[in-house]
Design a binder for this molecule. Structure first.
Ligand SMILES: NC(=O)C1=CN([C@@H]2O[C@H](COP(=O)(O)OP(=O)(O)OC[C@H]3O[C@@H](n4cnc5c(N)ncnc54)[C@H](O)[C@@H]3O)[C@@H](O)[C@H]2O)C=CC1
Ligand SMILES: N[C@@H](CC=O)C(=O)O
Ligand code: NA
Length: 437
């Protein structure tokens, strides 16, 4: 059978890994796909490096337009990143009737509704396994493997760079900036690494998983996000003393009045498997009503792990190329005319447990004031720890773990606590997920 011709846009970290895997495993891949999948054209601004990485027999250009318009190209693989030229080229490829494979979570989290609708009209597929949790086949699991279930919630460590930073800080006491540089050197970080450390990248991925899990449009602009840049080693250490690890966690949950969609540093009990996912590794927990909790673990970033997902999509698209477009797996798992209109809840409406750290005057009655404020707000305390003040300091650090509470009530209680004359500065608040049901 005639080979499938691939046109690759961007041959950097993931593009390079894709070229390597396609070449190294060509025979296995063709046995699985039913025909050869060959890299036919590459577009990259750095044509010298592109020629070197792509190898002989591959046409190289610095103009992505030439690839997406070329009549011989069957599938366009977009690995440039961002929402500039990448968006234009993906839409143009669709207009030209090409299937698209992309690892670009930012593009799909922000413009996915438009892109999937256009692809549907043109009868082509946009595959994006590499866009969420790198090499872990999580899109396939959520969209196909769990299709019998009413999914209740998903929680995941889905940014390799920030997990690598948190792990190195906790295990080696490394400096935040040094570890970030190392993550960049290893090719884990986004072109702008603030996307990693401030939670944007994780929120892009969570937005895609949420859409697939609940059959809702992608709504990145409504996601709540908070990164790891303000986390202190003090909180990492106190959390450990209480039996927790702090992770940048993405959580999306079905509630009676809508969907929670949030990314933030989170205390997780250290006995949970996911609390022990370290370095660049990612893990996603998905709870279905029939199957219960399932967990998916693997490398979330890096050249070949991500290429593994890109090439898997190439094989899938090759297999599907001959299937009637109406009967392919829908882009967001649910049929396009069956999407639900569930609202994304504002962060004030979410319900979780909380870690609160405060600096209190070391005097009798202070803790009673704090606990009364919490009780008045209907917030019950699960655990409390007081650190004795250092010599010559008249303030003690108090850490409180709460039971489940609604965020707006916690905010109101925090404001009242901060207004007490015996409390110094602001209250530090980190959300806690026990992930037990
Ligand atoms: N690095 C990783 O571990 C992962 C990356 N991703 C996503 O994969 C995509 C690519 O990421 P990386 O490979 O890390 O980026 P990269 O920066 O290593 O590679 C991008 C390539 O695109 C080329 N490029 C830039 N503008 C171009 C243009 N106008 N025309 C043609 N080529 C152009 C660059 O020269 C570079 O070779 C991004 O969307 C990223 O978010 C997804 C999962 C993991
Ligand atoms: N920058 C991302 C790369 C993969 O999506 C990460 O660190 O996870
Ligand atoms: Na994946």
């Amino acid at each position: 059978m005639k080979p499938i011709n691939v046109g690759l846009l961007g041959i950097g970290t993931v593009g390079g890994g894709t070229a390597t895997v396609l070449k190294r495993n060509a025979e296995e891949i063709s046995r699985r796909a039913g025909r050869a999948i060959q890299l036919r054209m590459v577009a990259d601004l750095n044509t010298d490096r592109a020629r070197e990485v792509a190898g002989e027999g591959v046409e190289v250009t610095n103009d992505a337009n030439q690839v997406v318009c070329h009549p011989d190209i069957d599938i366009v693989v977009e690995l440039i990143g961002g929402t500039g030229i990448a968006k234009d080229m993906v839409l143009k490829a669709i207009e030209h009737g090409k299937h698209v494979v992309t690892a670009n979570k930012k593009l799909l989290a922000e413009y996915g509704n438009e892109i999937f609708a256009r692809a549907q009209e043109k009868g082509v597929t946009v595959a994006f396994e590499a866009a969420v949790a790198g090499g872990i086949p999580i899109i396939k699991a959520l969209r196909e493997g769990l299709t019998a279930n009413r999914i209740e919630w998903i929680a995941g460590i889905i940014n390799g760079t920030s997990n690598f930073i948190l792990t190195e800080m906790r295990e080696k006491g490394s400096d935040f900036a040094d570890v970030l540089q190392e993550a960049q050197r290893l090719g884990y970080a986004e072109a702008d690494p603030t996307f990693d450390i401030e939670g944007h990248d994780a929120a892009h991925k969570l937005t895609l998983m949420s859409a697939i899990a609940f059959g809702i449009p992608v709504q990145f602009s409504k996601a709540y996000l908070e990164g790891i840049s303000k986390l202190t080693s003090q909180d990492i250490s106190y959390a450990e003393q209480l039996g927790y690890r702090i992770k940048l966690l993405g959580v999306t949950k079905r509630k009676a009045n809508g969907i929670e969609l949030r990314v933030h540093p989170t205390l997780i009990p250290e006995k949970r498997l996911i609390a022990n996912v370290n370095g660049v590794m990612n893990a996603v927990l998905a709870k279905g009503d029939a199957v219960g909790q399932t967990m998916y673990y693997g490398a979330g970033a890096g050249a070949e792990p991500t290429a593994s997902a890109v090439v898997a999509d190439l094989v899938d698209v090759t297999r599907l190329a001959t299937a009637d477009p109406e009967h392919r797996v829908p882009h967001l798992a649910f049929q396009p005319n069956q999407m639900a209109d569930l609202p994304i809840l504002p962060i004030e409406e979410i319900e979780t447990c909380y870690y609160l750290r405060l600096d209190a005057a070391d005097r009798p009655g202070v803790l009673a004031d704090v606990t009364r404020i919490l009780a008045d707000a209907g917030i019950s305390i699960d655990a409390m720890m007081q650190k004795e003040p250092e010599a010559g300091v008249d303030r003690a650090t108090v850490i409180i773990l709460t039971h489940l509470a609604v965020e707006k009530q916690v905010n109101a209680a925090m404001a009242r606590i901060e207004a007490l004359p015996t409390i110094h500065g602001t209250v530090t608040r980190i959300r806690v997920e026990t992930l037990d049901n």
